[in-house]
Design a protein around this ligand. Sequence first.
Ligand code: NAD
Length: 326
Amino acid sequence: MLKVGIIGMGHMGERHINSYKNIDNVEVGAVNDVRISELVNKFDLEGIKTYEKIDDLLNDECIDFVDICLPTFLHKEYTTKALDAGKHVICEKPMAMNVEECDAMIEAQKKSGRFLMIAQCIRFWNEYEILKDYVFQNKFGRLLSLYMLRACEPPSWSWNNWLEQGSKSGGAILDLHVHDVDMVNYLLGKPEAVYSVGANAIKGGGIDILSTQYLYDKDIVVTVDCNWAVEGRFGFEAGFRACFERGTIIFSTKNNPSITIYPKDKDSFVPELETKDAYEKELSYFADCIEKGKEPEIVTPKSARDTIKIVTAELKSIESKEKSLI
Ligand SMILES: NC(=O)c1ccc[n+]([C@@H]2O[C@H](COP(=O)([O-])OP(=O)(O)OC[C@H]3O[C@@H](n4cnc5c(N)ncnc54)[C@H](O)[C@@H]3O)[C@@H](O)[C@H]2O)c1
């Protein structure tokens, strides 16, 4: 049985502690949060150690791996510390605030000989896994165009409102849009260049609304929109429309059923979806890699770093109003 220490018990820490309840080979051994005394009554922490200081958790020899659910501006500092302390690390997306920080994390991982995986959860999301299978296995021939979107209300729910501060979260472009950038990178590899337009809508935020074209050295049109300044009780929407030579796939979290497949010259159908939660699959995959001593392949540190590199080029393009090479 592996023991995990969760660092940061806010929104994602809560999701992850619940996910581990359904993972057979992992037990939550300890949790840490700067405001742990405030949070202890929120969770059932029977048999789980609570630490106010991260170092105390990192020095706990019972802990095999740590799960970092801290605000993004802390990812690099605590991931490198945890690796230096000899722990395997799964760290929430986005990997870090910029490419330099990603490089420092990769350096620490190499030195430590431990595993590092960035929790790019939509690589484990069933609808995106279906899309990946159609792309990788050429089920409908060549992908001609891919449109993705992600949108939500202004993110006012975080600890000390760090999400709405561009200097701490990187704004929607780094925090929310990064999911789709990562999917573009996963499915098609790094583009040659990007052309983005974007704007700031939340005071003190970063780029909160944007649209990007990903330019490849092949005939394909790839566009991603993102907006976390949607007012009204809109909630959240993520989706895609993928057009292939011999069919189309459409997904939206606002549709029911969420995903429909439209083969050319045949009736459309709804594929069977897994019931297992994507977060559970992602955490369970990382634990299995540790148990088997097998380096995680679905999200490598380099690939997560490339995703941040693409986001950086998008920022540059927004600023310069020109296309930016990757
Ligand atoms: N994969 C996803 O779908 C998804 C969704 C939301 C957020 N995230 C990511 O998860 C990470 C955390 O986001 P969140 O929404 O849980 O934020 P949050 O504000 O809800 O929680 C952050 C927690 O970290 C704690 N904290 C802050 N500084 C600390 C420190 N120095 N030591 C210990 N604890 C500290 C805070 O007290 C808080 O409880 C971010 O990187 C975010 O981008 C991922």
